[in-house]
Design a protein around this ligand. Structure first.
Ligand code: GSH
Length: 215
């Protein structure tokens, strides 16, 4: 069983997408960020930075005590290695998947997060930062758009954890990036990934959890 410490945000969605795609048994332990649950000592003992997502694998491959993993990229890699799914066995393609996974967690995710933050806050101080992160998100979308003009998924013909890491941030940024109209290949990919049954299910779970907690 995989216990997923989750709240409906782009980094959280990545993990549910993997679990829905793979069929690995899991249960969600909500970490309500607005209630500050990420700071509880119990959660910080799993995720030292007090950020979700995190997982605990209660049945690790070595048959020993549960394994806790934090950081969405590390979790995706752990789950892919555990299941043998969504990561190629071939040395070169595997290395490419890891490259793009790191590119997402170190580049697109933080830039899109900062862009969202600075474009949502009021006041004059936001202007420089908003422009800066808008330009950076645009540059990163151009990189991805170029790549997806030449290949179907982020790495070749098969859907991998690199796509799963990318999707929630691309779809989250879509509105602010004018529906991705300047990035036709990225838009084609976003529409296709959005329609996958596991993606649809993830966002249904997310919406349900968000409404449930409001009451
Ligand atoms: N690099 C981390 C980022 C995780 C992260 O920023 N999580 C946010 C939500 S998307 C969070 O838990 N924020 C709570 C807080 O900052 O107090 C990852 O990829 O997992």
């Amino acid at each position: 069983m995989i216990d997923v410490y989750y709240w409906p945000t782009p980094n959280g969605h990545k993990i549910l997408i993997f679990l829905e795609e793979s069929g690995l048994p899991y249960r969600i332990i909500p970490i309500d960020l607005s209630a500050g649950e990420q700071h509880s000592p119990a959660f910080v003992s799993i995720s030292p930075s007090g950020k979700m997502p995190a997982i605990v694998d209660t049945e690790p491959a070595d048959g020993e005590k549960p394994v806790a993993v934090f950081e969405s990229g590390a979790i995706l890699l752990y789950l892919a290695e555990k299941s043998g799914l969504f990561i190629p066995a071939d040395l070169r393609r595997r290395s490419e998947v890891i490259e793009w996974l790191f590119w997402q967690v170190a580049g697109l995710g933080p830039a899109a997060g900062q862009y969202h933050h600075f474009s949502s806050v009021a006041g004059d101080r936001r202007i420089y930062a908003e422009d800066y992160f808008h330009d950076e998100v645009t540059r990163l979308c151009e990189v991805l758009d170029r790549r997806l003009g030449a290949i179907h998924f982020v790495v070749g013909d098969t859907y991998t954890i690199a796509d799963m890491a990318m999707f929630p941030w691309v779809t989250f940024s879509k509105k602010k990036m004018q529906g991705l109209s300047a990035f036709p290949n990225l838009r084609r990919w976003e529409e296709e990934v959005r329609r996958r049954p596991a993606t649809v299910q993830t966002y249904l779970i997310a919406a349900h959890l968000a409404t449930e907690r409001k009451h």
